[in-house]
Write a protein that binds this ligand. Sequence first.
Ligand code: SF4
Length: 371
Amino acid sequence: MVITFPHMGMMYIPVKALFDELGVDIIVPAKINKQTLETGQRHCPEMACLPLKILMGNYIESIKRGADTIVLSGSCGPCRFGYYGVVQGEILKDLGYNIDIIILDPPSEGTGEFLRRLKKVTGNSSIYRSLKAVKKAFRVSNELEGLLQLVLRQRPRATNKVSIDQIMNRFENRIAASKGADEILACIYDTRARLERVETDRNIKPLKIGLVGEIYTLIEPYVNLEAEKRLGNMGAEVHREMTVDSWVKYHLAPDIKHRRRHNRILKKAEDYLHLCIGGHAWETVAHSLNYAREGMDGIIQILPFGCMPEIVAESILPTLAKDEDIPLMTLVVDELTGEAGYQTRLEAFVDLLELRRSSVSDESGKTLSWY
Ligand code: SF4
């Protein structure tokens, strides 16, 4: 069995740690590029979600490199994601690929079935080895998240922003050559130290922007056209609650503190939306409210064209933004999104936030209203 899995930002790093620890052969999916999207587009229905098309291209690339099993997480929410695994399996079968697809739904949807499928993945590993591997992978996920948050903090303050890219490129090259969780953790710690040494301008007070939206679009830089990097290079500090690590902590790891905080944030948004309508629309609304109350300067929602749950969230957000008096911009991405127009919209939004911050305050010291 040679396993592959979806590529989503740097999610491959904890997944690689897990499989390395289990001693399972894997094909680490290649980074998403234009070719990946074109391959996916060729074999998927035109109106399928953008993430589905990209992942299909990604799987085909991995299959050609020798993978015979795809492991992916499931979703039980009422949107198309719930059918991803089945649809992708059918498309691959029609294309003549003899591939096994293992869908790991969260244990909350049935612990017995989750464990049975997990057993298929872990193969002959003992329970002790499997648990130890999972624990190490959780740790890698947590430390990696800390590293990515540090990138978001350092980028707007760095005097030479290219140095951040150089450090992170070196990090990914080292990860590709490492084996096992301990080597991966050593890379993370070393990279963290390098990032901390980057020269920064202490006088900079970056704008704070909260990113919300569909999970794949937010986490995969190819799909969001590197929104975080662009904003950071413009001098804005990006905040994003939707991360692989938070998903892991909520759905897989028994992190009670994280779950409580997450549920508290969701509950606060119940005047706007109070149930899961699929995807992460509920989180989009709740995180937006949370960002507004945490004093962010603005919010950007990013969604793939035709994403049903995010379209519902998009219709709610203007009311929320008006109530909280916070600037909001929605960006819809698809196969045809042009880089120049995207960059212009981000720049214009950042300029407006700067203008607002520097505008004359009223007598109470508050910034003038956006609306
Ligand atoms: S969340 Fe949106 S993009 Fe993702 S599967 Fe559902 S409809 Fe498609």
